[in-house]
Unconditional design. Structure first.
Length: 94
């Protein structure tokens, strides 16, 4: 990935994931970075960051997306991820 906005370090949650940018009548897929973090100190939010590799995406300028979650929202997302991961591993349908 060139010209990253999201810092990728040894502590990055997932430094290579498959992702996609989806528009009304188009989809562009490519590798990306997914990170979960919180600011040091007095932060009351968990930050979920995602950035697609700009080399593989023609329709969007280089950018990163971020969602700020309360601790309760972060736990809800974590529980949903665990539930769906279990379902995928078990081979169940939605």
């Amino acid at each position: 990935m060139n010209e990253r906005i999201t810092s990728v370090t040894a502590y990055t949650t997932l430094d290579l994931v498959d992702g996609a940018a989806v528009g009304y009548d188009w989809t562009e897929e490519g590798p990306g970075v997914l990170n979960v973090t919180a600011s040091d100190g007095d932060s009351d939010r968990v930050e979920l960051q995602f950035e697609l590799d700009g080399l593989d995406i023609d329709r969007l300028p280089n950018h990163a997306d971020r969602v700020d979650l309360t601790p309760e929202q972060a736990r809800t997302v974590a529980a949903a991820l665990t539930r769906y991961a279990d379902r995928v591993e078990e081979g169940e349908d939605d």
